[in-house]
Design a protein around this ligand. Structure first.
Ligand SMILES: *Cc1c(COP(=O)(O)O)cnc(C)c1O
Length: 338
């Protein structure tokens, strides 16, 4: 099977497994796992932030960040496509007792002007207190669309002015960096928190790192424990993350090329209405009246290809480490034959 359902489906490579098997470990809840510490410090340094916290999932690292940056009855501003809102099970309400104000960005990309209009007046008892803005880069439901740092700077300035925290859901931040050519190191200046996934395009089996100031991460460590996310000999998993950072970042450009090849093919097909312009490793396309998504999914599956639907007429392909060029060519041949 050629599996385009998500970039989470990758399995550890042999050299990654070797790195995992030879990791030095200890009890990380006691602060004694050197490999976890190395991963946390390495990721923080990469993004120009003070400290990091290894978490079991991106959902947990986002939810911890939101807990750190809000009080009950606060409000979070995010785009309506945001993973923190749509795909984290309503966790903002459950974990942080906060509400969410949703914006209609362009493919999930929101601007300082849009945010400013939705900040509630301070001190008026009618309104929840706006305290946090969450951005996503790349935007999953936006079809892997990217913020450039020049788009983020005005949002950062607004947040400073209005006394709001700014968090980045960077599940695919390295895909964004590959596209924008912005420097990871510059990100730390703009965000109070950054969640970096190791188990998406980077190909590690498990884990995300939450980045922030020393003070934020100290509190985040406490919240992680409360959520049951304190892991013992987690160095085996952290070693996969370190390996991924060292060996699987450069190659993301390959996934992006593969996504472009799929886009080019899809644009030529009679049953495709439109394709969201491909910037990174996500290809979202809409079908016209000639086919519906459920049928296409079955046809593709019959030809050894898996993908996901994003609505009745919409399909998503995600390219990753476990799909090579030959499989892309095979997929293109199948698509053309349908
Ligand atoms: C996958 C993903 C996450 C984290 O998901 P987990 O499965 O919990 O690791 C967060 N944000 C975005 C945009 C994602 O795509």
């Amino acid at each position: 099977m050629i599996d385009f359902r998500s970039d989470t489906v990758t399995k550890p490579t042999k050299p990654m497994l070797t790195a995992m098997m030879s990791a030095k470990v200890g009890d990380d809840v006691f602060g004694e796992d050197g490999t976890v510490k190395t991963l946390e410090e390495k990721t923080a340094a990469l993004f120009g932030m003070e400290a990091g916290l290894f978490c079991p999932s991106g959902t947990m690292s986002n939810q911890i960040a939101i807990k750190c940056f809000t009080q009950p009855l606060d409000e979070v501003i995010a785009d309506q496509t945001a993973h923190v809102y749509r795909y984290e099970g309503g966790g903002i309400m459950f974990n942080s007792a906060a509400s969410v104000r949703l914006l209609n960005g362009d493919r999930g990309i929101i601007t300082a002007e849009m945010i400013e209009k939705e900040i509630n007046p301070v001190g008026n008892v009618h309104h929840p207190h706006t305290s946090l803005v969450v951005l996503e880069n790349t935007v999953n439901r936006g079809g892997g669309s990217c913020y450039f740092l020049r788009d983020i700077a005005p949002i950062y300035n607004l947040c400073k002015l209005k006394n709001l925290k700014l968090h980045l859901d960077g599940a695919r931040i390295f895909n964004a960096l590959a596209y924008t050519k912005d420097a990871a190191k510059d990100y730390g200046k703009y965000f109070d928190g950054i969640s970096v996934c190791l188990s998406k395009g980077l190909g590690a089996p498990v884990g995300s790192v939450l980045l922030g100031s020393n003070e934020t991460i100290k509190y985040a460590r406490r919240i992680r424990k409360v959520l049951g996310g304190g892991m013992r000999q987690a160095g085996f998993l952290a070693a996969a993350g370190i390996f991924a950072l060292d060996h699987h970042v450069e190659r993301l450009a390959i996934d992006h090329r593969h996504a472009k090849l799929l886009e080019e093919c899809l644009l030529s097909l009679p049953f495709v209405k439109q394709v969201l312009p491909v910037q990174t490793n996500i290809v979202i396309f809409e079908l016209n009246e000639l086919k519906d998504a459920e049928h296409l999914l079955i046809e593709l599956k019959g030809n050894g290809i898996l993908c996901g639907t994003f609505g009745v007429q919409t399909i998503r392909f995600v390219t990753h480490l476990d799909v090579d060029q030959e499989q892309i060519m095979q997929t293109i041949a199948v698509l053309k034959s349908l």
